[in-house]
Design a protein around this ligand. Structure first.
Ligand SMILES: [Zn+2]
Ligand SMILES: [Zn+2]
Length: 372
């Protein structure tokens, strides 16, 4: 038996503290969503499932989270009316919610952005990036190392992220007197609200840079060329995406780094086809070999394998070479099979002598293979 938590607090719903990091939120959300998923016969609960979705949708976004921390659920409900959320439709469905950012910015007249972009002093997570690489068809036979070029945002080493080389070039912002915030009074449906918003002059840093660092143009961050080695695991399939945790852009003000989403594209092969861990190839056989049986070496992804073709083998017949397929991902000792599809070739370039022999053969068969 499981009792449902009767709470409207988004942090409590997800079971995290008010200071939870992005990663903690994400893992708490996944856990809770799995637990309350209506398909879960033990602990499924549609109402809680929706609440979990609402809570995460707000808390995962630093801007929305700040609004929630400041105004609570009341502010959220007021902003969107009764239909503030358009429903939660499964995992990863980014389209499940209306864009709360728009709702809030129209409600508060854009006060949260202050016209100067998001507050620069707040810790924010670095950007994720997508990268894709090609590997050869045979590469997934074993683990391989692959070099990948990245271009992540890093702290500028020339100014140590300060934006200016000399401390004396950094002065207090005149607009906000160094607080990074300006105060305005807004009329909202709650009445008059004194609204602190980010200083538009300094973007919330409270500082002004007189002589910006030439290397980063005063930003304190810049993109750096970087090459990393990535282990591509044996058995990987085409179009698989790997997450390289913490390899994306550096976070701002101590926020966590973003991730790299690396998509693996596997090139085609002229002899082999692949489905999952199984390999398929075609073996062309002459009339005589197919009829009399034959022993032949066929190429596999590991080299060659001796194959005994039995007498009376037909076109379309499939021979299985067990465990000669690709390794299964993360189960290296288990491999797929190699399926050899036989194609019997009727010769089209018969010599005079061959033709004579076949005519002889035809006479002996007396049409017994013909059926109409
Ligand atoms: Zn710099
Ligand atoms: Zn300022």
């Amino acid at each position: 038996m499981y009792s449902v938590v009767m709470t409207e607090d988004y942090y409590e719903i997800l079971g995290v503290s008010k200071s939870a990091s992005d990663a903690e939120l994400k893992s708490a959300f996944k856990k809770a969503a799995r637990k309350f998923h209506p398909d879960n016969s033990d602990t499924g609960n549609e109402d809680m499932f929706k609440k979990v979705g609402e809570a995460y949708e707000v808390l995962k976004d630093p801007q929305k989270r700040q609004i929630y921390d400041q105004y609570g659920a009341e502010g959220l409900k007021g902003a969107g009316g009764a239909g503030g959320f358009s429903g939660f439709e499964g995992f990863g469905g980014a389209g499940g919610f209306e864009d709360l950012g728009d709702i809030f910015s129209s409600f508060f007249g854009g006060g949260f952005n202050g016209g100067g972009g998001r507050a620069r002093n707040r810790a924010t997570r670095g950007q994720d990036h997508e990268v894709s690489i090609q590997i050869d068809f045979l590469a997934p036979v074993e683990d391989t190392e692959k070099k990948i070029r990245l271009n992540p945002l890093e702290i500028c080493t020339t100014c140590d992220g300060k934006g200016a080389v000399n401390e004396s070039d950094i002065v207090t912002c005149g607009t906000c007197n160094g607080t990074g915030q300006v105060t305005s009074v807004q009329n909202t449906i709650f009445g008059q609200v004194r609204q602190n918003s980010t200083c538009p002059s300094c973007g919330g840093t409270g500082k002004e840079i007189k002589n910006p660092c030439g290397s980063c143009k005063g930003r304190g961050y810049k993109r750096e060329e970087k090459e990393i080695e990535v282990k591509i695991p044996a058995g990987i399939q085409d179009a698989t995406t790997m997450r390289l945790s913490g390899m994306g852009d550096i976070g701002r003000n101590g926020g966590p780094r973003g991730d790299i989403y690396l998509t693996i594209r596997v090139r085609d092969h002229d002899k082999f086809k692949r489905e999952g861990a199984d390999i398929f190839s075609t073996l062309k056989l002459g009339l005589a070999e197919a009829a009399l049986g034959h022993e032949i070496k066929v190429p596999t992804i590991y080299g060659t394998e001796k194959l005994k073709v039995k007498s009376a083998t037909q076109s379309g017949q499939v021979y299985t070479i067990k465990d000669a397929g690709m390794p299964f991902l993360n189960r290296k000792n288990k491999k797929g099979n190699h399926y050899v599809n036989v194609e019997v070739v009727i010769p089209s370039n018969l010599s005079r002598e061959e033709k004579k022999l076949l005519e002889e053969f035809q006479k002996l068969r007396r049409g017994q293979d013909i059926e109409v």
